[in-house]
Write a protein that binds this ligand. Structure first.
Ligand code: 16G
Ligand code: ZN
Length: 549
């Protein structure tokens, strides 16, 4: 390693000193102004990660998702498109904090030890795929990230510039899967687009669907003024009926408006329409379907208004149950009863959805901690078709090798037309879904295809079950780290005695349920409450807040 060169790059780039970084629920996230040092070290960690995978491409995405415009963040993507392995999260954190708080030689010592302890061959050339969202700070932080890659590691860099987080996950995996056929520099977002456009169009062809008006007049897409806007505007050029799609909050060239009174997080937590819908009265009708992306388009939630203009949310729980009902029916039609279908949720899932999945759909349901990596892992290990969604709209479906081989062999054997069609639908549907990570664009295609094939309007989708009244709030406390949980974040173990006091309050209300957890992306503690009666829920939430503050 050229130590002098590394030291001069370090001096030039790492202006933030005496600062503690934490790898949160989904990477490092903070005020953009303090991220220079951690971007520099993340470039180094990504290179080492690629070298430890024999030079396979590793992705690095610069984004802070639904956070406000002045924040930013970074996360590393494994060669198969999944999120960074947890053992490397702590390595990334340690290097960032040594670099920010100790002298340069300590960072070098850490890097050298890492190379030795992980048996990394220093001759391997790393391959890094990078991308960023539309924030104002992203290009500056990209320079910090890239600073060591060529000079120190001689890395092969594919820079996709601005794209959505799930596009980068997909393209990282795609580059590795096709490394013997397609040169890395020929891979662009076009491959992503063509892949999902073709999958969607093939699925609709199976049912000869040409017209979307059975389900909705217009599909209104709120892009949170983020990177999803240009990417999806371009994407729909390859879709039928694209004239029915109308955009709002697509002002990505004004990054100060990002996530401001719009986007998936706003609509889900406020339970109301985003800014922009009301500007044009023609957009507001009960025959439209609406959806909101978040700032980097890895989440989506849907909604509609009824004839009295009342807002109805179709969140991640509703997306999961829509998919589960549809896929279960196909499995039954094809007699594929030994393919294990299941849903993975978090504690935030509405109690009604969990009851509906278990009692009405008769589909097994698991609960994990918040954060895609936990849900993804459970969906992958527990089921052949693992549907995972957080209530906030982050999720996807994973299809196992066992799924593909069973459906393929059924297709080869059967002479029955309806079984053939069910098998073809299952295979075609699995291609519409981005199996590397939750993806607003792919999930949108999945939802629209399901509604069209099932001939369902938004209000009929909503009729599956009725959400229990619920409230999510956040409080700022002196030290959120004292809030420790167990049982997939459903119970507190610390501060001592708090859970017992909460239980007394929860038991007082009908169908009461509540939990408290420290946020992994913000300096705050979140309180979730639900119950049969909205007034009770409000009171419960206030009472728990009072206990905490
Ligand atoms: C991140 C997570 C999201 C989770 C949220 C919780 C990923 C890719 N994203 O955005 O899944 O719901 O954090 O935030 O894992 P919180 O810890 O602040 O409540
Ligand atoms: Zn996001």
């Amino acid at each position: 390693m050229q130590l002098e060169l590394l030291e001069s790059l370090f001096d030039k780039t790492c202006k933030t000193k005496n600062y503690t970084y934490t790898y949160g629920t989904a990477g490092f996230r903070d005020k953009a102004a303090v991220l220079d040092t951690v971007m520099f070290t993340t470039g180094i960690i990504a290179s080492l990660r690629s070298m430890s995978h024999q030079g396979k491409a590793v992705g690095v995405m610069i984004t802070a998702s639904h956070n406000p415009p002045m924040d930013n963040g970074v996360k590393i993507i494994e060669p198969d498109g999944s999120m960074l392995s947890q053992s490397w999260e702590s390595l990334a954190t340690n290097l960032a904090n040594i670099t920010a708080n100790e002298n340069f030689l300590k960072s070098i010592e850490f890097i050298k030890n890492l190379i030795i302890s992980l048996n990394i061959d220093s001759n391997i050339i790393p391959s890094i795929v990078v991308g960023m969202d539309s924030r104002e700070s992203s290009p500056r932080l990209m320079n910090c990230l890239l600073s060591t890659l060529s000079p120190i590691f001689n890395a092969k860099i594919i820079n996709h510039n601005m794209l959505t987080t799930p596009q980068l996950h997909f393209l990282t995996a795609y580059q590795n899967e096709n490394c013997n056929i397609i040169p890395a520099e020929k891979i662009t977002v076009n491959q992503y687009d063509t892949n999902f456009q073709t999958a969607f169009n093939d699925l609709l062809k199976l049912y000869e669907i040409k017209n979307f008006n059975n389900c909705f007049n217009n599909l209104i897409v709120d892009c949170a003024n983020g990177i999803g806007a240009p990417q999806f505007e371009n994407f729909i050029k390859g879709l039928p009926q694209s004239n029915l799609i109308k955009f709002i909050n697509n002002n990505y060239k004004h990054p100060d408006t990002l996530n401001n009174s719009c986007g998936a997080d706003f609509v889900k937590t406020q339970q109301k329409l985003p800014a922009g819908v009301n500007d044009d009265p023609s957009l507001l009708t009960d025959s439209n379907l609406y959806c909101s992306f978040d700032g980097d388009a890895d989440r989506i939630i849907f909604y509609y208004i009824d004839q009295t203009n009342k807002f109805h949310l179709l969140d991640g729980d509703k997306i999961a149950t829509l998919f589960a009902k549809f896929l279960k029916k196909l499995l039954l039609l094809a007699n594929l009863n030994d393919i294990k279908l299941g849903i993975v949720q978090t504690a935030y899932a509405n109690g009604s959805s969990t009851t509906y999945v278990s009692n009405t759909l008769n589909v097994p349901v698991s609960c994990t901690k918040t954060g895609v990596k936990h849900l993804h892992h459970e969906a992958q290990t527990a089921y052949d078709i693992g549907i995972y969604f957080e209530a906030n709209g982050h999720g996807t479906i994973l299809f196992s090798n066992n799924f593909y081989s069973k459906v393929q062999s059924c297709l080869e054997i059967t002479k029955d037309e309806s079984i053939t069609k069910a098998c073809k639908t299952l295979l075609a549907f699995s291609k519409v879904i981005n199996q590397t990570v939750g993806d607003a664009i792919a999930d949108l295609l999945g939802v629209v295809a399901t509604l069209l094939i099932s001939e369902m309007k938004p209000y009929q989708w909503d009729q599956q079950y009725t959400d229990l009244p619920n409230l999510l709030s956040k409080v700022i406390v002196p030290d959120r780290n004292v809030f420790k949980t167990t049982d997939q974040e459903r119970k507190l173990t610390s501060p001592p005695g708090l859970q017992n006091k909460m239980d007394t309050l929860i038991n007082k209300i009908e169908m009461g349920r509540a939990f408290v957890r420290a946020s992994g992306t913000e300096d705050a503690v979140r309180i979730y409450c639900e119950g049969k009666n909205a007034e009770d829920v409000k009171k419960l939430s206030k009472d728990i807040e009072a206990l905490i503050m």
